[in-house]
Design a protein around this ligand. Structure first.
Ligand SMILES: [Zn+2]
Length: 345
């Protein structure tokens, strides 16, 4: 399977995040994609640099002022204090209930809260370049599939599925799955399905397409009553307005067995077929792996081959986008197991 990959991902290299009140090394590291890249090469997959500019598509799924915030964030962080060059900006105030979220504040520190859902999304000088390259990969993969290729993979980071129209969160800045789906729509595909199999609910993707009927969003994930992102991902979220009936959440309890997980996958696949989708985008999070350090499902390495084979049987042109997965050493094998099984099914 052709893979889109950009070395620019390395420019997003935050040194720390916060976990249970402590500064810790980032779970979402450059090594993740490097292990995937190595495994792709070892198994003979072709690798391309992105050929499409996603800028126009990005303006269809993110707000202009959010994109401007992201693109200028680092220079504005330095404008607050040049000494900030050696530290990372984190938000500390958010416009929650009773506070106004309709007015963009001028203060950069306040904007960090205004444009984020958590303090789990560390940013550095190269974040915009890396995130934009990832979105370019997603647009390129969709274009390749539109040209007749059965499938394509984006070995990208930072991930994207927690990023909404105007906020970052959960290590995500630009929503790559949404970029791929919107690229399909822009080229005349009338029904697209996005299947998010990351351990964590794809709240950003859901919110971007929640009132639309042209993009069906389905997510299988840890129950938000106990699992991140906590405030979205329940089964009663079915879409609204024209999008009613085009959103399906399948939350599963932490600790769910792989047998139950594959039953949920079956339900998701049936829904995609029933929708008569013409193209599929898979938000491929591998943090459903049993040894993932921050998640609690139980998929084994062979289960990822089973996943790839089942996705192939849906029979659609498919773009795979790398999302989460923090068992770094196994990430490459697990990801490429999905792709190889898809290719050979
Ligand atoms: Zn995840």
């Amino acid at each position: 399977m052709i893979t889109f990959y950009s070395l620019l991902h390395e420019r997003h290299a935050p040194e720390y995040e916060f976990y249970r009140g402590e500064r810790v090394a980032c779970f979402e590291s450059s090594l993740r994609v490097e292990y995937v890249h190595q495994e792709l090469i070892a198994r003979g997959h072709g690798i391309c640099t992105p050929s499409s500019d996603s800028r126009e598509v990005l303006t269809q799924i993110h707000t202009g002022r959010y994109l401007n915030f992201l693109e200028t964030a680092w220079s504005r962080w330095l404008a607050v204090d040049p000494a900030n060059a050696s530290s990372q900006p984190f938000p500390s105030v958010w416009p929650v209930r009773t506070l106004r979220s309709d007015l963009e504040p001028d203060n950069f520190i306040a904007q960090l809260g205004f444009y984020s859902m958590d303090n789990g999304t560390p940013m550095v000088e190269g974040t915009w370049a890396a995130a934009k390259a990832g979105a370019d990969c997603a647009a390129s993969a969709a274009h390749l599939v539109l040209s007749g290729e059965r499938s394509a993979f984006c070995a990208t980071r930072p991930p994207g599925h927690h990023a909404g129209a105007d906020f970052m969160g959960g290590y995500c800045f630009l929503n790559n799955a949404a970029v791929a789906a919107q690229t399909f729509i822009n080229s005349g595909v009338s029904r697209v399905a996005i299947l998010d199999v990351d351990y964590h609910h794809g709240n950003g993707t859901q919110s971007i397409f929640y009132d639309r009927s042209d993009v069906l969003f389905i997510s299988i994930h840890g129950d938000p009553r106990t699992e991140y992102p906590f405030y979205l991902g329940h089964s009663d979220e079915i879409g609204q307005a024209a999008g009613e009936g085009f959103n399906l959440n399948i939350p599963l309890s932490a600790g769910t067995s792989s047998d139950i997980w594959f039953e949920a996958l079956e339900q998701a696949c049936s829904r995609i077929t029933h929708h008569r989708a013409e193209a599929l985008v898979v938000s491929l999070g591998l943090d459903t792996f049993v040894n993932d350090p921050i998640s609690r499902f139980a998929l084994s390495t062979p289960d990822f081959s089973k996943l790839g084979a089942r996705l192939e049987r849906i029979g659609l042109p498919t773009v795979f986008i790398l999302e989460g997965g923090y068992a770094t050493r196994e990430l490459g094998i697990n990801a490429v197991n999905v792709l190889d099984a898809f290719d050979t099914a």
